[in-house]
Ligand binder design. Structure first.
Ligand SMILES: Cc1cc2nc3c(=O)[nH]c(=O)nc-3n(C[C@H](O)[C@H](O)[C@H](O)COP(=O)(O)OP(=O)(O)OC[C@H]3O[C@@H](n4cnc5c(N)ncnc54)[C@H](O)[C@@H]3O)c2cc1C
Ligand SMILES: *[C@@H]1O[C@H](CO)[C@@H](O)[C@H](O)[C@H]1NC(C)=O
Ligand SMILES: *[C@@H]1O[C@H](CO)[C@@H](O)[C@H](O)[C@H]1NC(C)=O
Ligand SMILES: *[C@@H]1O[C@H](CO)[C@@H](O)[C@H](O)[C@H]1NC(C)=O
Ligand SMILES: *[C@@H]1O[C@H](CO)[C@@H](O)[C@H](O)[C@H]1NC(C)=O
Length: 491
């Protein structure tokens, strides 16, 4: 028998202890009677409140608490830590992997829905509680001062997760990712301390939360630097007749070629999907943030290279009209409860390319779409977003978020036919093969389209690259007990 020193056993067990093995009764007693709205499995609302946006996944938190203020958030973190439970923050609940519900069972979920203050200051900064969703934030800064921020289009996405892992929208080539606009944040750490993180205070934490906040603490408020809201020209382009496989490749190749020199004021996205007639549809969507009079000449070189028969629709809009248009809604308000009707049952993967994909890669991609995609038993789409511009003007080690060299970010997304469970058995392999048909050896992925099927080696390098080592060292100093722990946390 080999003798193993006791200190070694203790060190190992501290690191390898199974998560969430504390005593639930002790935890509940610590969390109750404090006005934090504790929900456990026996509460009437627990089933609804623990249902993930992505119903492909289901986890059972040991407790869901919704404190009224930051002191309650800190107190709830203390209860979890001292009782040996792991903690996840829940903001808008739109994590693709249900990480806001812990991504594993028996997590303490701290729901931030009561942290709704939004104050726009005279210097253009806005302090926003992380219970706010993108629609609440966008509407408030418009109403309070006709100001704007770059961020995604769905009003229900939470500012907590969205800012933590990036935050891309059509305005990002002009104004950066949402995390690039953060000038400071108030953070509850694993030891229950509330700190300000900024370029001059707690600078390691400030670096880490802009790209990996969920592993380092609970951000209770972000302070963003807003900009004056620009006027916009929104546009859409598509073909009414199905494109042949060759036409598809030509159109996509033209998009790539044009995009290598497109101005930063042009936000350019698109969608690929099954057209319902056994073919593939390709549509483009964009916003021009420059002078309206220059839109046509800006887009003309692209139009010159795409197959004939397209329709281009362009409209001049104010900033807020554009946000409503992109959201597909006449209101950005999320005051009504996020109902189950907005949930989905899906799997998605992402890919960030760093330059135009080769003609060979596009042919392989198109061949997969035309042979497999047109006949899948899932309801699928591929969204693609042009990156670059302001996003790429920040150094890859200036924030924890690192994939600054991205050219196009793709998401490959497939739902069940009716958006409800069960998820088709071949859905995950269908999506994975779709990505691999374009890029067999992916190097970079977008952390906000979090993919729980990536191996540890894959997510560490595809999300954080060489920034991972510094993240690990900061993690070991601010959260040595791994209080903020979930399947893809820094550890
Ligand atoms: C319909 C839809 C549309 C989308 N559109 C876009 C888009 O246009 N652009 C884009 O970039 N992304 C988009 N996304 C992806 C989206 O940005 C991410 O899913 C995002 O992480 C969701 O944030 P959340 O707060 O809603 O989710 P949650 O599930 O609440 O949180 C996500 C992660 O962040 C952690 N977290 C939440 N709040 C905090 C906090 N305050 N402090 C620390 N950690 C926290 C959670 O624990 C979890 O790990 C979209 C997603 C969906 C479902
Ligand atoms: C919101 O702001 C008000 C006024 O400043 C303050 O009293 C309140 O505590 C704040 N609420 C939260 C949840 O931060
Ligand atoms: C895009 O550029 C590549 C490389 O120069 C070229 O081979 C391809 O034909 C171009 N695509 C279109 C649609 O013009
Ligand atoms: C948008 O504004 C430009 C510049 O003022 C103008 O030339 C163009 O006709 C407008 N487009 C529409 C659809 O109103
Ligand atoms: C980023 O890398 C550059 C070049 O290697 C280095 O000079 C700089 O100090 C690094 N910055 C940070 C914030 O680590």
């Amino acid at each position: 028998m080999v003798m193993i020193p006791l200190s070694f056993v203790l060190a190992i067990s501290a690191v390898w202890a199974a998560p969430n093995t504390g005593n639930p009764n002790a935890l509940w007693s610590c969390l109750s009677g404090k006005g934090w709205n504790l929900e456990t499995v026996s509460n009437a609302n627990y089933a609804k409140d623990s249902t993930a946006f992505n119903e492909r996944l289901s986890f059972k938190p040991v407790a869901i608490v919704s404190p009224p203020d930051l002191n309650g958030v800190a107190g709830a973190v203390n209860c979890a830590r001292t009782n040996n439970f792991k903690v996840s923050a829940l903001s808008g609940g739109h994590s693709y992997a249900a990480f806001g519900l812990g991504g594993q069972d028996n997590q303490v979920v701290i729901n931030l829905k009561n942290l709704k203050n939004i104050t726009l200051n005279s210097d253009g900064t806005v302090v926003s509680g992380t219970g706010n969703r993108l629609g609440d934030l966008a509407q408030a800064i418009w109403d309070q001062g006709q100001r704007a921020l770059p961020h995604g289009t769905c009003p229900y996405v939470g500012t907590g997760g969205h800012t933590s892992y990036g935050g891309f929208g059509l305005f990002s080539r002009q104004a950066g990712l949402l995390l690039d606009t953060v000038v400071s944040a108030q953070v509850v750490l694993a030891n229950g301390e509330v700190v300000t993180a900024s370029p001059t205070q707690n600078t390691d934490i400030f670096w880490a939360i802009r790209g990996a906040a969920p592993s380092f603490g609970i951000v209770v408020s972000w302070t963003y630097q807003t900009v004056p809201a620009p006027s916009t020209v929104t546009f859409q382009l598509g073909w009414s007749k199905s494109l042949t496989q060759n036409q598809f490749v030509t159109a996509f190749s033209a998009f790539q070629n044009f995009s290598t020199t497109a101005p930063n004021a042009l936000g350019f996205d698109g969608d690929i999907g099954a057209d319902g007639n056994g073919g593939i549809s390709l549509t483009f969507l964009g916003v021009w943030y420059g002078a309206a009079s220059q839109f046509q000449s800006t887009i003309a070189p692209f139009l010159a290279k795409i197959p004939a028969g397209y329709t281009l629709t362009a409209n001049n809009m104010t900033w807020i009209q554009q946000l409503d248009f992109l959201a597909g809604s006449s209101s950005l308000s999320t005051a009504a409860p996020d109902t189950l009707a907005q949930h989905d049952t899906f799997f998605a993967k992402s890919l960030m390319t760093t330059g135009p994909s080769s003609q060979t890669a596009l042919n392989s991609f198109a061949s997969y779409l035309y042979s497999q995609g047109a006949h899948s038993d899932t309801n699928w789409f591929i969204g693609f977003d042009l990156y670059g511009g302001k996003i790429s003007q920040t150094a890859s080690n200036a924030t924890a978020y690192t994939n600054r060299n991205a050219f196009i970010t793709y998401q490959f997304y497939a739902s069940s036919q009716n958006s409800n469970p069960p998820y088709p058995a071949d859905g995950i392999s269908f999506v994975t093969n779709m990505l691999n048909s374009l890029e067999p050896n992916p190097q970079e992925a977008y952390p906000n389209y979090v993919d729980p099927t990536l191996t540890a080696a894959q997510w560490k390098s595809q999300y954080f690259s060489t920034n991972y080592a510094r993240l690990l060292s900061i993690k070991n100093s601010v959260d040595p007990q791994q209080v903020f722990s979930f399947p893809q946390s820094i550890s």
